[in-house]
Ligand binder design. Sequence first.
Ligand code: FAD
Ligand code: NA
Length: 389
Amino acid sequence: MVNADLLIVGSGFFGLTIAERAAEHGQKVVVIDRRSHLGGNAYSEFEPETGIEVHRYGAHLFHTSNERVWEYVNRFTAFTSYVHRVYTVHKGEVYPLPINLGTVNQFFRSAHSPDQARALLAEQAGEFESGSASNLEEKGISLIGRPLYEAFIRDYTAKQWQTSPTELPPEIISRLPVRYTYDNRYFNDTHEGLPVDGYTAWLERMADHPNIEVRLDTDFFDDSHDASKAATLGKLPIVYTGPVDRYFDYSEGHLSWRTLDFEEEVLPVGDFQGTSVMNYADSDAAYTRIHEFKHFHPERDSPKDKTVVMREFSRFAEGDDEPYYPVNTPEDREMLLAYRQRIEGEPQVLFGGRLGTYQYLDMHMAIGSALSMFDNQLPELIPALNDVT
Ligand code: FAD
Ligand code: NA
């Protein structure tokens, strides 16, 4: 039996935020993770040959407009002044994203003013009514017109879903924001930056507390250890951040996810692409984008003759694949409601995080929702927390 006040399943940002808050409020916490490292999908490591920080589960950019979250995360790390920008290759030319006045004018070889560009796109979008679109392709055309849709959305979307947009439901996109300025800053949030000494150092500082014990390589559903579901259920409050369908043995079915495959390579050049993220809009490249990690930290010393790149491929998850993005079909949403019903029968367990709620959450959202759970739900399970908060 685990000797603690709280068991947390999963050491990602959600689990570690709960752990840190509970520990600071005098509670003894055990955090388990089935992986051999802490930190969940935000985990990063320094590639040994080059010393360049690589985000193991895909590039992670921190950004938030939530002042409470910003104050909280700054207790564990300082942030660089990195500002994220993304470019895309289409037919041998590089364009800025998200689609903005620069993209539009480069694409049409024009010098439109904002109003002229608006009028042009409105005219081209007139081909379909948004409301009557029967598939993603018609929806895309109804929003930005056929030329821009075919250049920047069609093939990229087909690569993301391994499905032709004519066979994807229109609901996947609700809007395709076009900026009628030359601003190509990717995020609009008040605060943005990367952790000065890396994600893993930040995550480790959150867990560095005498009241917190982290046990790695420990799967909640493996009955052979004392922090397992069998050994702890009903005896200890639990915050569970693993997949909700797995918790209930898939009794209501398997929720569907997209996963990513990454191909990492050290190249013998000082600078491969001149920027951190380059998308590939066309079908001739099988990958959706290439990350070049040294550009996330221009302030660091890195080798002048070597660089680390990572190609990203996207597909539907199956079997043991890592679940990354909820697909969210109508069947998934129905299944999720059934699982929410079953959650009500587990009063000792709180479900949180992106896997536990089947929701895409940015880091600041995972941290913000964990802070709310700590304030509003955890005191019901741990009465001692009522005395201190
Ligand atoms: P996770 O980080 O997934 O942590 C869950 C943990 O639970 C994992 O460590 C897992 O091993 C563990 N676990 C699961 N099942 C069990 C079990 N049975 N027993 C024990 N442990 C278990 N956010 C941003 O803000 N900016 C970005 O740029 C960004 N980019 C992203 C790119 C990709 C490709 C992905 C997938 C996500 C990105 N995110 C980004 C989101 C970010 O990764 C999440 O916000 C964050 O991971 C959420 O934390 P979490 O604790 O909910 O989940
Ligand atoms: Na991202």
